[in-house]
Write a protein that binds this ligand. Structure first.
Ligand code: GDP
Ligand code: IMO
Ligand code: MG
Length: 502
């Protein structure tokens, strides 16, 4: 993709945000990587190592969880920022830096906000112990995200900078652990011990039989992380602000997606930070109005969700959800059990497996099968309120072989009478815009429009003119029905496999 084409695509914008209008995994990483040649700084401001961004360049694949997807441009002098709004796990960071080193990639221009929220072993432990309770399971990534943001708002959290001051760290750590211990003592000690043995919780080195946590071991580990990362720790909020004032090109990399946002998503089946463009801007020290162009990525014409929570258009419905959320199911399990499931399978569950396989929809962070459903316009109409009208459609090639494409145009509510503010929601009510209330979403049946598929491979196509008419018709339908502008489409994972709107 030429620099000229990207410049034309972005117009006069100097601050561009790439966020997701769905439940994550829409290809933000690919787009950030694609636009990173244009940017001077690539900054993350939300989420943490729960994210998983996959970038393909030629036959090499890179997966990042915490480090911005622009890191591959480090040698070109691009600055990558892990901003103040993120949950920073130094263990995960050091692991990713080691991977970069092994691949011969540099990270000399990586900067970490001194005031990013610091993930500690007790956060990972609490996250995982809570998830072991079948009743309240969200299906988290087990990276400690919920507990670290909860601590932040409860005013007992630690910041990255605390790692650099061992005495401050020790005092805050002890204070932070006090309440955690009270909670953890209610759990089976064996479960807690097992969780502390997980590599993300320190692989057993922070476990103490009497005290649960070996605080001296935590202090030592974080002192070492601090020593390793110190040169990268900076006041990134001021840095990004100054760069914006200087007219530099700023690319903001979203994590998760609007529907996973704790503030605007399908609560409680969400992550614990706000994933919207406003939080992204704030999480790097900017205001939402500083963002000149917000691109809302939309997977099309299917969508995915990882973990629990309502998903009205899920192909295969409850059977699919139960299967995907069964622990231990992997890509290999599916290949063994459903070797010939296909994107046109007459059995919805198997069709879902077929689409998942065609789209390689297995979690970049946990390896879990991503639940698959048709594109949901009521949710897009809702999500668009927060991102704006500019969208990018990704993964269009995945449905190349699909003979019939379904798009959800509205919901029909089918649950018990439900008081929604002054209104009583009754069975049979049509909803054109999704209501992100689980009590409502759980009882919404999709109303579909069906379209003939294009049934030819599109990955090699590089212009709108080449795209099949059937595909263009569906794009126009989505634009009209959801009142969005499709600014670009993605027809494959590589940088080149992208078509900008003319
Ligand atoms: P993110 O979390 O939004 O950055 O997305 P992920 O990286 O978790 O998931 C998107 C996956 O789809 C990655 O494996 C990408 O390489 C891949 N991908 C992105 N765009 C396309 C596309 O247009 N077609 C295909 N086939 N794969 C794509
Ligand atoms: P990217 O940036 C998809 C989901 C988890 C779970 C819920 C809460 O790759 O799009 P958490 O560990 O955050 O407390 O989990 O949120 N989740 C994601 N799903 N993509 C992500 O990030 C996700 N990050 C969190 O599966 O349902
Ligand atoms: Mg992802």
């Amino acid at each position: 993709m030429s620099g000229e084409a990207i410049k034309k695509f972005l117009g006069n914008a100097t601050t561009v945000a790439v966020v997701c209008n769905q439940w994550g995994d829409t290809g933000k990483g690919k787009f950030v990587d694609l636009l990173s040649g244009w940017a001077d700084v690539i900054a993350r401001g939300t989420g943490g190592a729960n994210a998983g961004h996959t970038i393909r360049i030629g036959d090499r694949q890179h997966i990042f969880h915490l480090i911005p997807s622009g890191i591959l441009r480090d040698t070109e002098g691009k600055i990558n920022v892990i901003g103040s709004g993120t949950a920073f796990d130094p263990r995960a960071a050091c692991e990713e830096l080691a991977v970069l080193e092994k691949a011969g990639l540099s990270y000399g221009n990586l900067r970490i906000a001194h005031n990013a929220r610091l993930v500690l072993p007790q956060h990972v432990v609490l996250d995982r112990v809570r998830e072991s309770n079948a009743g309240g399971r969200v299906g988290t990534t087990g990276r400690g995200i919920g507990p670290v943001y909860a601590d932040h708002y409860a005013r007992v959290g630690l910041f990255v900078n605390d790692m650099l001051n061992p005495e401050v760290f020790a005092r805050k750590l002890k204070q932070n652990l006090r309440e955690k211990l009270t909670i953890l003592r209610n759990y089976d000690p064996e479960v807690v011990r097992r969780v502390l043995e997980h590599p993300h919780a320190g692989g057993g080195r922070f476990w103490n039989k009497e005290a649960i946590f070996d605080t001296a071991a935590i202090m030592e580990a974080y002192r070492e992380y601090g020593a390793r990362l110190r040169v990268m720790v900076a006041d990134t909020d001021s840095m990004v602000r100054t760069m914006r004032e200087q007219g530099k090109h700023i690319l903001l990399e979203g994590a998760q997606g609007n529907l996973l946002s704790v503030d605007i998503g399908t609560y409680p089946y969400v992550t614990s930070s706000d994933a919207s463009v406003r939080a992204l801007a704030q999480g790097v020290g900017l205001r939402e109005r500083d963002v000149d162009l917000a691109l809302g990525i939309v997977k099309a014409f299917y969508m995915t969700r990882v973990g629990e929570g309502p998903f009205p258009t899920e192909i295969g419905g409850a059977e699919s959800a139960a299967w995907c959320n069964t622990s231990g199911i992997t890509k290999a399990t599916e290949e063994e059990q459903f070797p010939d499931a296909d994107v046109n399978d007459a059995v919805p569950f198997r069709q879902g497996v077929g689409i998942r396989r065609a789209g390689a929809e297995y979690g970049a962070t946990t390896g879990r099968p991503r639940r698959v459903g048709w594109l949901d316009l009521p949710l897009l109409r809702y999500s668009k309120h927060y991102t704006g009208q500019e969208v990018v459609l990704t993964k269009l090639d995945v449905l190349d072989a699909c003979k019939e494409i379904k798009i959800c145009t509205a919901y029909e509510y089918g649950g018990p009478d439900y008081q929604f503010g002054a209104e009583t929601l009754r069975a049979g009510k049509k909803l054109e815009v999704a209501v992100p209330d689980t009590e409502v979403m759980a009882h919404c049946a999709p109303v579909y429009a069906a379209f003939p598929g294009w049934c030819i491979p599109i990955r090699s196509m590089r212009s709108h003119r080449e795209l099949p008419k059937q595909l263009l018709d569906i794009i126009r339908f989505v634009e009209r029905e959801a009142d969005v502008h499709v600014r670009a489409v993605s027809v494959g994972p590589d940088r080149e496999e992208t078509i900008f709107a003319g």
